[in-house]
Write a protein that binds this ligand. Structure first.
Ligand code: ADP
Ligand code: MG
Length: 266
């Protein structure tokens, strides 16, 4: 049987600092540890996902910018990482002008979609493509969502967590109704969760009551290993496999794959 096309997931939330990049790197690594073949697309001009996987700035000759605006195929851009089965399309500050350049481009919201449906992708045998979005609902993020099967939303367990979520959900719905009918919400994952903090617990209850099955059972704890790992250029699973952060992202990957098996079987 021919291999199915990769499942494409945007990791998005227009708020900065909620754990998008941390989730992209570590969920990607956890999926790779399960034997999945995973490519990350760093779509943030800050290039944190690239740095976090040990790709030096001087070493980013072909980047996500080339994928979008220079018609360079993904096969030429993808770089291996220290993690077997995990590759990345790196980003640098070139991408910061892309948002403006896209405005005057034909098919300006379809550039990633076009790039990811090219003939060359099949040969890569990928199971998952995870796109680390910038902290904004700009054209880059819209491009990612137009190309995706689903959107995974990391939500920081804090007082204003739900603020902005309705706007994000509205964008998802608009894209589903106009440009990409297969787009759905992958789910919400609570990040930086602190069990000893009462407010965290209240936010969790609130989010679960409102969004129910959309919220992953797995929560990502606040864990210092998760914030240390990027400076070693490694996902936490490789940096400290026994840490709570590593255990949590492995559990998130397991929960997600189980959902996908169910979806595929249906
Ligand atoms: P975003 O991509 O949404 O801007 P990041 O993933 O870069 O957010 O996270 C913001 C900061 O918080 C980073 O310094 C990161 O290392 C740290 N961080 C993210 N998740 C956790 C966590 N679960 N525990 C501790 N620190 C975290
Ligand atoms: Mg980020």
């Amino acid at each position: 049987m021919a291999k199915k096309p990769p499942r494409i997931i945007s990791i998005a939330n227009q708020k900065g600092g909620v754990g998008k990049t941390t989730t992209t790197i570590n969920l990607g690594a956890a999926l790779a540890a399960k034997g999945k073949k995973v490519a990350l697309i760093d779509l943030d001009p800050q290039g944190n996902a690239s740095t976090g996987l040990g790709i030096e700035h001087a070493d980013r000759k072909s980047t996500t910018y080339d994928l979008l605006l220079n018609d360079m195929p993904l096969t030429e851009i993808l770089r291996d990482t220290a993690v077997p089965g995990l590759s990345i399309s790196p980003a640098n500050s070139d991408l910061s002008s892309a948002d403006l350049e896209l405005v005057s481009t034909a098919r300006r919201t379809f550039l990633i979609s076009d790039a990811l449906t090219g003939q060359d992708i099949k040969g890569l045998g990928l199971d998952y493509i995870l796109i680390d979005c910038p902290p904004s609902l700009n054209l880059l993020t819209l491009n990612a969502m137009v190309a995706s099967d689903s959107v995974l939303v990391p939500l920081q367990a804090e007082f204003f967590a739900l603020e902005g979520l309705s706007q994000l959900m509205l964008s998802v719905r608009e894209i589903r109704e106009t440009a990409n009918s297969r787009l759905r919400l992958e789910g919400i994952v609570l990040t930086m969760y602190d069990r000893r903090n009462n407010l965290c617990h209240q936010v969790e209850m609130d989010v679960r009551e409102n969004l129910r099955d959309l919220v992953f059972k797995t929560m990502i704890p606040r864990n210092v290993r998760l914030s240390e790992a990027p400076s070693y250029g490694l996902p936490v699973i490789n940096y400290d496999p026994a840490s709570l952060g590593a255990v949590a992202y492995k559990s998130l990957a397991t929960e997600m794959v189980a959902r996908h098996i169910k979806l595929d079987g249906a």
